[in-house]
Design a protein around this ligand. Structure first.
Ligand code: BGC
Length: 717
């Protein structure tokens, strides 16, 4: 893996060879841009979505595949065409229009985040990037990482949880992996695109300081680590301005203060005016989806009138070219064969690391002595659920089972698709001596009658979620809560496996002896679930989101705009500010159902000896030991738990550590001062005083804190 890191660092920093001598990407971009006509420049600044969409048809040039975005290149100058594809969970074949084209379907973002494993994130990125390239794409619309502020958000499954450090690091490493393959990655959706309901017209209201300390910080961390070639701005408004026309976010912060050198592309259909280019937007994507293809003739006219300066036009083009050249794209990619079998191993490993054992009263791992096991529900005889929308992958391991998604243009996004990797088949292979039978669970009473005669029951509960659609509640849908209760009454030896896009509430929790959160585990998910249930793999996932006891623990009881006609303007007041998820629970003292960071193992770990030293940076050291009798990985977490008497909690470091029984490791983590600071008056500030830190197995199970005095410090981003 070190080789991988070194490889990606090399690719990111290597100058481009041109005309016999090394030429830096910025210089090459400037040289080529200077030779362009305005028509050529403007031609690069918008993309069609080359897909036959009813009502918004577009001419698709011959040879261009059905995909998310296409921009012709400029052959005379060696500027490559841009062919972009979704995205973070694998290379998407939208609506399966590219007949027969499949890809490795990775576990969901929340599953990846549950691994707390940046190296895994990079490996997943490498795999997806390699497939994108081998299919001829040079831009991957990945890096989805909006903080999960609302557990009903239908796209949370694509994202990386509620913590800025965790989400930023994992996004950064996965982007680094993608770009190591010579494919530009985006980071998205900038910023606060935290609900799907009314996503085009929802105005995210938040104080600047809070935004800096939360979502903006996590994007900054992701950009620093991953150096994505492009930032995709979101559909929503932020403090009254559309995110893609928001000069404060794009020009002042991203390109100004942060000196981001790449380009800003819009989300598809997120551009309301040609003037967005003056606010920092460089490229209009999916231009036929907007009211006007703003960055075509309207942009030419605006440049002609002087409403958009030539300098701005040049800047937009240079940013784009330098990002393409920085990762070595100078030509269209030809298609190459893909070793899907090898890539499936990465998907399997990711799924195993992402599964979280939430509860276990000694029933797992499954006893080799279990003679009769009843499996109920969740299409577990067929496969595992995936999330819907633009991230939906067509898996490489067989035909999906697809339930159509209603009517109209969102039908495609609302399809419920199961990947064909049946958990029950993997269980049968792992436990050949047991008799394992299946009940669909359509009738709770029928399933209960069979349950009563089995040694134990494994019940699969699913909740489909997807883009453009939020959940109204945190309950399991379609009578599954009742199913769980009815089965538990017939047989108390009940294990519940959850395939959900988000946390769910569990009014039935005391009825289950074990609960396993498998998320949407990707195309190898059936095998991974069986590996965890049987103990072939020791569970090591930890929650990247708090599981609330009820929605009442969140500031927005009703989903703003739910049920209103599409594109109704609504205010979404992010009154929790920077206290997203566990941070708010720490302040209020409310008890969640399961805390952020929670995750059980079949082994046991002990944490000890926390000490803090301040040099140029704060360094915290401790020891972790496997005190159980199985090899396994744990994720020790370091939190700031107090500052000058203030009650607060922030994750400031973590590390996934693999240990054999009896083995211990000394760990030292270096802390990013921004996680200790507050934003105000245009800078980060740390007050002088006492700072307390605690090690934890999760955000609640904390060891005794250590306290250290730190000096006052102020700095700019
Ligand atoms: C999504 C983006 C995606 C784009 C292209 C939009 O609906 O919000 O995340 O990259 O479509 O498919």
């Amino acid at each position: 893996m070190r080789a991988l890191l070194a490889l990606s660092a090399l690719v990111l920093s290597s100058p481009v060879m041109a005309r016999g001598k090394a030429e830096e990407p910025d210089q090459k971009a400037a040289r080529l841009e200077a030779q362009m006509t305005d028509a050529e420049r403007i031609g690069l600044l918008s993309a069609i979505m080359p897909i036959p969409l009813a009502g918004v048809e577009v001419d698709i040039p011959p040879g261009v595949p059905f995909t998310a975005g296409y921009v012709p290149g400029i052959a005379r100058l060696g500027v490559p065409p841009q062919l972009s594809t979704d995205a973070s969970l694998g290379v998407v074949n939208p609506g399966q229009l590219r007949v027969g084209d499949v890809a490795t379907a990775m576990p969901s973002g929340l599953s990846l985040a549950s691994s707390f494993d940046p190296i895994l994130a990079e490996r997943v990125g490498v795999t997806i990037g390699a497939e994108a390239r081998a299919k001829g794409f040079n831009i991957l619309l990945g890096g989805g990482m909006n903080l999960t502020r609302d557990p009903r958000n239908g796209r949370n499954f694509e994202y990386l949880g509620e913590d800025p450090l965790l989400a930023g690091m994992l996004a950064g490493y996965s982007i680094r992996g993608v770009q190591s393959q010579g494919v530009v990655s985006t980071i998205k959706h900038f910023v606060l695109n935290a609900q799907e309901t009314q996503r085009n017209t929802a105005n995210a209201v938040i104080a600047e300081s809070a935004l800096r300390e939360s979502d903006l910080l996590s994007f900054k961390i992701g950009i620093e680590i991953g150096q994505p070639g492009a930032v995709m701005c979101g559909y929503n408004l932020v403090n009254g301005q559309k995110a893609c026309g928001n000069a404060h976010l794009l020009d002042d912060i991203l390109k100004g203060e942060w000196k981001y050198p790449g380009w800003v592309m819009s989300d598809w259909g997120a551009v309301g005016d040609v003037s967005y280019i003056n606010a920092g937007l460089d490229q209009q994507m999916g231009r036929q989806l907007d009211e006007h293809p703003w960055f075509t003739e309207p942009l030419t006219a605006a440049v002609g009138k002087g409403d958009v300066s030539k300098a701005r036009l040049s800047d937009a083009v240079r940013r784009m070219l330098r990002s393409l050249f920085a990762i070595g794209i100078s030509d269209a990619y030809s298609t190459q064969p893909i070793d899907y079998k090898a890539h499936a191993k990465t998907a399997l490993e990711a799924a195993r690391e992402g599964i979280v054992l939430l509860k276990n009263e000694g029933i797992l791992p499954l006893a080799a002595s279990a003679k009769s096991i009843l499996v109920v529900g969740g299409n577990a005889d067929f496969g595992v659920l995936s999330g819907g929308g633009s991230s939906q992958v067509t898996p490489s391991n067989g035909e999906m089972r697809v339930l159509k998604g209603g009517e109209g243009p969102v039908e495609l996004f609302n399809r419920q698709s199961y990947f064909p990797d049946a958990p029950i088949a993997a269980l049968r292979a792992a436990l050949p001596q047991a008799s394992i039978s299946f009940q669909t669970g359509y009738s709770a009473e029928v399933a209960a009658a069979f349950a009563a005669r089995a040694d134990m029951v494994i019940l699969f509960a699913t909740k489909w979620e997807g883009e453009s659609y939020d959940s109204g509640s945190l309950s399991l849908p379609q009578g599954q809560e009742d199913l769980i209760r009815t089965i538990a009454a017939a047989n108390p030896n009940l294990v519940v496996v959850l395939e959900t896009g988000n946390p769910v509430t569990m009014p039935w929790l005391d009825k289950a002896k074990a609960v396993v959160q498998a998320w949407y585990p990707g195309q190898e998910g059936g095998q991974a679930i069986a590996d965890i249930l049987t103990g072939r793999v020791n569970p090591s996932g930890h929650l990247p989101m708090t599981y609330p006891a009820s929605l009442d623990q969140y500031p927005r009881r009703a989903l703003p705009g739910l049920g209103l006609p599409d594109k109704t303007p609504v205010e979404v007041d992010y009154s929790e500010g920077a206290d997203v998820g566990y941070r708010a629970f720490a302040r209020s003292g409310e008890k969640p159902l399961f805390p952020f960071g929670h995750g059980l193992s079949y082994s046991k770990f002990s944490l000890s000896g926390l000490s803090a030293v301040r040099g140029e940076k704060l360094r915290l050291s401790f020891t972790i030991r496997n005190v159980g009798d199985r090899a396994g990985a744990d994720v020790p977490q370091l939190y700031m738990v107090g500052r000058n008497g203030e009650r607060l909690q922030r994750l400031i470091g973590f590390q996934r550590v693999m240990l054999n029984p009896g083995e211990s490791k000394a760990i030292t983590l270096t802390v990013d001062d921004r996680l200790l600071a507050n934003w105000g008056d245009g800078q980060w500030s740390m007050p002088a005083g006492s700072y307390s830190f605690a090690l934890g197995e999760d955000a609640e199970r904390l060891e005794k804190p250590v306290t250290i005095r730190l000096g006052e410090k102020h700095w700019k981003d």
